[in-house]
Design a protein around this ligand. Structure first.
Ligand code: M6R
Length: 609
């Protein structure tokens, strides 16, 4: 969701800014632009649409500069047009500004500025920032920016350059991520680490209320309220640039689906062996659960679906009541929690605004917060009381696959270990579970290779449909939900998931001749019940795709497509069952010619509520 980049150094800024913006494309955007500082003037180039349009415009622009800022915009205030794209500037082109987030009080500031005679050229909330900086500028850019941001309400990450101050970028963070990349005689600014991984692995991660004064030889960080210098620690990232490349795949999504055996292995490394689960490296221990009366899991989208899996696991293995909430709902109701509540927040990006707000709310009310996060150094990772890093590596496709898998796998580890700590399972049962978990990466690999060709054929059939239903019971229902979300977000087909037993309470009315119904049935104790539901839809004309165990369906007079999974304890079957569904959404979207890695209207990191 919107991306900021900045560069100051000895090299040509244009290609570096463009490269950084390309690396941030995955965040989602609908227009892009850059501003360069040249000979005491600013040159602003911006275009609605994909980065290729900006690239073309830059190609025709011969301006050379060693400092600039850039932006990919995901429209909130005003349509995606050239005028509304960032950077924005004041009437005299003294300052150029890029901004992520939302300025909630922009309307009243705009009225004030209009009354003073300022002329606005866009419909955005951002433009007020450029005019305010111009109004407050008395020869020092950081002072003007600091006065400006003190007037702003809402969430923002901002970067500003001035035609009068050569080689200087001033940037501010409040509730929207911003990092400074540190180089030799060059420094970088970005909203996310992958933007400049090709240039550095050393970063300052700005905290809320911090302002970075960036020049090529030095970076100073201030608290913009007190204006005092802040001593920052350098954050070293252990992702390398190659991990964030496509490596020959047509799309990041397919690459990330295929990386899942390795990413689960990476998560399990040093945390699991033939005899034990060892979570000591994560810093969590028995005490986290001994005093826990209930667990609340809070997240959004796919991360929320991983929480639904966890509810079944914790309740079955640990016998602790679990409530799972969508973060945007949780934060605005009055959740009942206290110091005996363990709140688990789950987030790939670690920057999702609603999840971060839920974390803060839970802490305010005295609960302990454990976070499952993929992105190192992200806000949620820094603010939580305990963190388990998901170790999925950079996930670039907007549709989450390997991060989801590692969220669920992390829940397998934690719920199982909690059950051991609380003596809820005996040694024999524990050993059986461990054996299965150790096999999981290899089984995921097998499923990918066994089902891909079959799934491609099914996807070819599905492209002619408009509505697709998913059903399942218990853990299978959570997988159905995730499968339906994947299909919706990248193929734009309407897909809905229902608990299989709930169909006859209304939804069955929608089932008609030829409608595809995907049934996930891996809970062995519930298979017969799920199969009855499958028959219900079949007898109303549905075309059935069933995902279940190899050899489990003895007589088949009902199922049109059968996808079989290798055997594992059915508590852990979800991570095998989700693979065909991820591949199905990928290939359906591919055959429908959709923009798979950057689906329309969606952003990778949702930093506004
Ligand atoms: O970064 P997060 O895990 O907090 O993101 C939460 C959701 O926005 C995310 O899972 C979203 O639903 C994905 N696009 C799903 O593929």
């Amino acid at each position: 969701m919107c991306g900021i980049v900045g560069y100051v150094g000895n090299k040509s800024a244009k290609p570096i800014l463009l490269e950084g913006l390309k690396k941030l494309e995955y965040r989602g955007y609908d227009s892009a632009g850059i501003a360069l500082q040249v000979d005491q003037a600013l040159d602003v180039i911006k275009k609605q649409g994909k980065l290729e349009k900006l690239e073309k415009a830059l190609h025709n622009n011969k301006v050379e500069s060693k400092i600039g800022i850039g932006h990919t915009r995901w429209a909130t205030h005003g349509k995606p047009t050239d005028e509304n794209s960032h950077p924005h500037y004041d009437a005299d082109y003294n300052f150029a500004v890029v901004h992520n987030g939302i300025i909630e009080n922009y309307q009243s500031i705009k009225e004030e500025l209009l009354a003073e005679g300022k002329v606005f050229t866009s419909e955005t909330d951002t433009e007020v920032i450029a005019h305010l900086v111009d109004k407050y500028y008395k020869g020092d850019l950081s002072e003007a920016v600091s006065r400006t941001v003190k007037r702003l309400e809402g969430s923002f990450a901002i970067a500003v350059i001035s035609k009068n101050e050569e080689g200087r970028i001033v940037a501010v963070r409040k509730d929207s991520p911003l990092i400074v990349g540190l180089g030799q005689n060059e420094n970088f600014l970005a909203s996310d680490i992958p933007a400049f991984l090709n240039y550095t692995d050393q970063f300052y991660i700005l905290e809320d209320g911090e302002m970075a004064d960036i020049r090529k030889e030095e970076v100073k960080i201030y608290d913009y309220l007190t204006e005092k210098l802040v001593a920052k620690e350098i954050f070293e990232v252990n992702w390398d640039a190659e991990m964030a490349e496509k490596q020959g795949y047509q799309h990041f999504m397919l690459k990330e689906i295929k990386e899942q055996p390795e990413s689960v292995k990476e998560l399990f490394k040093n945390k699991i062996n033939a005899e034990e689960i060892d979570l000591s490296q994560t810093g969590i221990d028995r005490s986290l659960f001994t005093d826990t009366h209930n667990i609340q899991i809070v997240a959004c989208g796919t991360a929320y679906h991983s929480g639904l899996v966890a509810k079944y696991l914790f309740e079955e293995l640990v016998e602790i009541p679990v409530q799972v909430d969508v973060a945007s709902e949780y934060r605005y109701r009055k959740p009942l929690l206290d110091e005996k509540t363990l709140v688990i927040v789950v987030s790939q990006s670690g920057e999702t605004a609603d999840t971060l707000a839920a974390l803060r709310l839970a802490q305010e009310k005295g609960a302990r917060v454990l976070a499952f996060v993929n992105v190192q150094g992200s806000s949620i990772a820094r603010e939580a009381d305990h963190v388990i890093y998901l170790k999925a590596g950079p996930e670039i496709a907007v549709a989450s696959t390997k991060a989801y898998t590692n969220m669920v796998a992390a829940f397998y580890l934690v719920s199982l270990q909690a059950a051991v700590w609380l003596n809820k399972i005996d040694e024999k049962r524990k050993q059986a579970y461990l054996k299965d978990l150790i096999r999981l990466p290899e089984l995921i690999r097998q499923v990918i290779s066994n089902v891909e060709t079959q799934i491609k054929l099914i996807a070819k059939e599905y492209i002619s449909h408009k509505n697709i239903f998913f059903i399942g019971r218990n853990l299978d229902y959570t997988i159905a939900l995730e499968g339906a979300l994947k299909l919706k977000e990248i193929s734009y087909l309407h897909a809905e998931a229902y608990p299989a037993g709930e169909l006859k309470h209304g939804t069955l009315a929608l089932v008609d001749e030829g409608i595809p119904v995907i049934a996930v049935a891996t809970r062995k104790d519930l298979f017969d019940k799920s199969y009855s539901n499958i028959k219900e839809v079949k007898s109303r004309g549905a075309e059935i795709l069933l995902i279940t165990w190899e050899g489990y369906l003895q007589e088949n007079d009902t199922v049109d497509h059968l996808v079989e999974l290798p055997d594992i304890n059915d508590l852990f079957a979800g991570l095998l069952a989700i693979i065909p569904l991820q591949l199905l959404s990928y290939y359906t979207a591919l055959y429908l010619d959709c923009d798979i890695d950057q689906p329309r209207n969606l952003a990778k990191s949702v930093t506004v509520e």
